[in-house]
Design a protein around this ligand. Structure first.
Ligand code: FAD
Length: 345
């Protein structure tokens, strides 16, 4: 029989889980603490520019994810990007050539998750702070004292450290599993300019992104060089390394932004320094990416129809998060209803 299912988190994992379940006829309600869907596929509207603050691009290795990607490409939702990728190390700039196709959503990263959320029942600005299990099912309570339920099944796609707080009182085994997932921080700086960056000798004029192998930065992306961004001025996203981010975790965002911008300047020869940015800021991701891939099915089943999905249960990428949510849904669909309460993975 069909059941009523709650999904906490409208990132790409929660959305892929919810869509797969809804396609099979279940009634699904998705909850997110933010104003809209997206999670770490996040884009910020700044004056005159849209800046991606989380994932800058994604790859596709899993065949199911590749099939989904084909639909997105056909619909113009995503396009290959970056196609001019560089690597900066102590020796300078070199073209970064490998065989991984990379993709980016159009006209901003969060457009992909917005598309995936279409037609789903999404309760936004609802931070779930408490769960209750009754014979009739799961009840959720948000930080504004709203109660939702009952749900026969509950998927939590929040990053493992946040999921741990929710499941602690209900499932010690799941809580312990959450505790073992190490989720690394990332400071994401962004800088907007009135004029384009000066050209660099030996580097394509329209270079789009660069891996950085020394100093605080690990990746620089030119948002205005992503597909479908329209007329926007030069805008850079500056991602810091996990180690640097951890050290600077509790520093004020303005100081962090200044430091990341100083690091960018060091990557550019003195003769081609950019004009001062018209806006410089930074966003902190406390749980940006899991340290490593995880063994197992890519999700966790708990007691009484409770389950966990998200990148922490599979690997540190957009594609892992999508697969995690999708696989959990498939597992639930393959399970006889009466077994839900008893099973674990
Ligand atoms: P999330 O997107 O975090 O979704 C979880 C959702 O749960 C969030 O929307 C959150 O608001 C919500 N939530 C949490 N707690 C609650 C609660 N109590 N109540 C209600 N809602 C709640 N991946 C790549 O493939 N390539 C990259 O280049 C890349 N770069 C990255 C750069 C950065 C700076 C970051 C942060 C990530 C990057 N990633 C990259 C990783 C990728 O973004 C993530 O793996 C993926 O987006 C995770 O999706 P998710 O659905 O598992 O989690």
């Amino acid at each position: 029989s069909l059941s009523s299912i709650a999904v906490i988190g409208a990132g790409i994992a929660g959305l892929s889980c919810a869509r797969t379940l809804r396609a099979a006829g279940h009634t699904v309600t998705v909850f997110d603490k933010s104003r809209g869907p997206g999670g770490r596929l996040s884009s910020r509207r700044a004056p005159g520019a849209i800046v991606d603050l989380g994932a800058q691009y994604f790859t596709a290795r899993d065949p199911l994810f590749q099939a989904e990607l084909t639909h997105w490409l056909d619909r113009g939702l995503v396009r290959p990007w970056p196609t001019s990728l560089w690597r900066i190390d102590a020796q300078g700039w070199q073209p970064h050539r490998d065989t991984h196709p990379r993709y980016c959503a159009v006209p901003r990263m969060s457009a992909l998750t917005r598309h995936l959320a279409e037609g789903l029942e999404l309760v936004s600005e609802a931070r779930i702070v408490d769960l209750e299990r009754r014979p009739s099912g799961w009840y959720l309570q948000d930080d504004r004292q709203h109660r939702y339920g009952p749900f026969q099944r509950l998927a939590i796609s929040a990053p493992a450290p946040q999921a741990e707080a929710l499941v602690a009182a209900h499932d010690a085994v799941l809580a312990k599993a959450c505790h073992r997932v190490e989720q690394l921080a990332c400071w994401a700086g962004y800088a907007l300019f009135d004029t384009p960056l000066p050209n660099l000798e030996g580097v394509e004029r329209d270079w789009q992104a660069a891996f950085v192998n020394h100093g605080p930065l690990r990746f620089v992306a030119r948002n205005d060089h992503k597909p479908g961004r329209g007329e926007q001025g030069e805008s850079l996203t500056l991602l810091a390394t996990a180690e640097w981010s951890q050290t600077w975790l509790e520093q004020p965002a303005e100081r962090v932004a200044d430091a990341l911008y100083a690091a960018l300047r060091e990557l550019l020869p003195a003769s081609v320094q950019p004009a001062a940015p018209r806006l410089l800021a930074a966003h902190r991701w406390r749980y940006a990416q899991p340290l490593s891939g995880a063994a197992g099915p890519g999700f966790r089943l708990g007691q009484d129809g409770l389950a966990l999905c998200g990148d922490g249960w599979l690997g540190p990428r957009v594609e892992d998060a999508w697969c995690s949510g999708h696989r959990l849904a498939q597992r639930w669909l393959a399970m006889p209803q009466r077994d839900h309460a008893a099973s674990r993975s």
